[in-house]
Design a protein around this ligand. Structure first.
Ligand SMILES: [Ca+2]
Ligand SMILES: [Ca+2]
Length: 249
């Protein structure tokens, strides 16, 4: 390999790795919630049982129910297109139940503390018929001492929002992640306001973190592309000159 080829390879390597190095942390760019779709494990076929739910610590009769169970969201009513088999539900005979999950994001500390990491919290939330039972997902941002920096909540889809139809609607929140965040506590709270069953429902919960690219990253990228382009043109000139050089001797 010639020096020019080596230099070009080096530049290409820089161009490929520079913007991506920002994304190198394993906490960026994918759903950080484990079993956010309630599909790990078997859901209750009628809502009356309370199976254990992988990846979540539950309180009260928080449960997972199969779509299509009688008097619950159906397989084709309002809800996610990719709803799978199950959704989270508040469960039988209780006014308040919840499930929590702790997410360590300390590996992204350097990027997080620049103040240029965004979080995206989303999910489907709903309830039963004209009842006001509801589900709320709260993300609590904690520092290295597990002290609360800030919180963000979505959900609380009302019966009016649903048009008094049993089902789930999409909710979404996007904002900057507080600097100093080292872990995130997630809590899915189900609240019963009518009847005996806690009909707070939720599914397809998602929390993703994304670094906002620095403007200088683009400057470096385009500067690098320009430099690479000029070097390639120069190399082509050299090759052309070599190709047209008269054969001597
Ligand atoms: Ca599901
Ligand atoms: Ca109810």
């Amino acid at each position: 390999m010639t020096n020019n080829a080596l230099t070009n390879s080096f530049l290409v390597a820089i161009l490929i790795t520079t913007p991506c190095s920002v994304l190198a942390s394993p906490i960026f760019g994918f759903n950080l919630i484990s079993n956010g779709d309630a599909e790990a494990g078997t859901g209750s076929s009628d809502g009356s049982s309370v199976p254990s739910i992988p990846n979540w610590t539950t309180f009260g009769n928080f449960t997972v129910v199969q779509y299509g169970a009688p008097d619950f969201p159906s397989i084709s009513g309002p809800g996610p297109l990719d709803r799978g088999n199950n959704f989270f539900a508040g469960g039988p005979s209780n006014a308040s139940s919840s499930a929590t999950q702790h997410i360590d994001v300390s590996s992204g500390a350097v990027s997080i503390d620049t103040g240029k990491v965004t979080f995206d919290l989303s999910g489907f939330f709903g309830g039963f018929s004209s009842q006001q039972d509801n589900a709320i997902l709260t993300a609590t941002f904690l520092d290295s001492s597990n002290l609360i920096i800030n919180t963000a909540s979505i959900g609380a889809v009302s019966n009016v929002d649903r048009g008094n139809i049993t089902g789930l609607l999409f909710e979404h929140l996007n904002n900057f992640l507080p600097t100093g965040t080292r872990s995130i506590d997630l809590s899915l709270q189900m609240t019963r306001l009518q009847g005996s069953y806690n009909d707070g429902y939720a599914d397809n919960l998602s929390l993703t973190l994304s670094p906002v690219p620095e403007p200088k990253t683009y400057v470096m990228l385009f500067a690098g592309l320009g430099l690479l382009g000029s070097m390639m043109r120069r190399n082509k000139l050299v090759q052309d000159v070599n190709r047209t050089k008269p054969i001597t001797g």
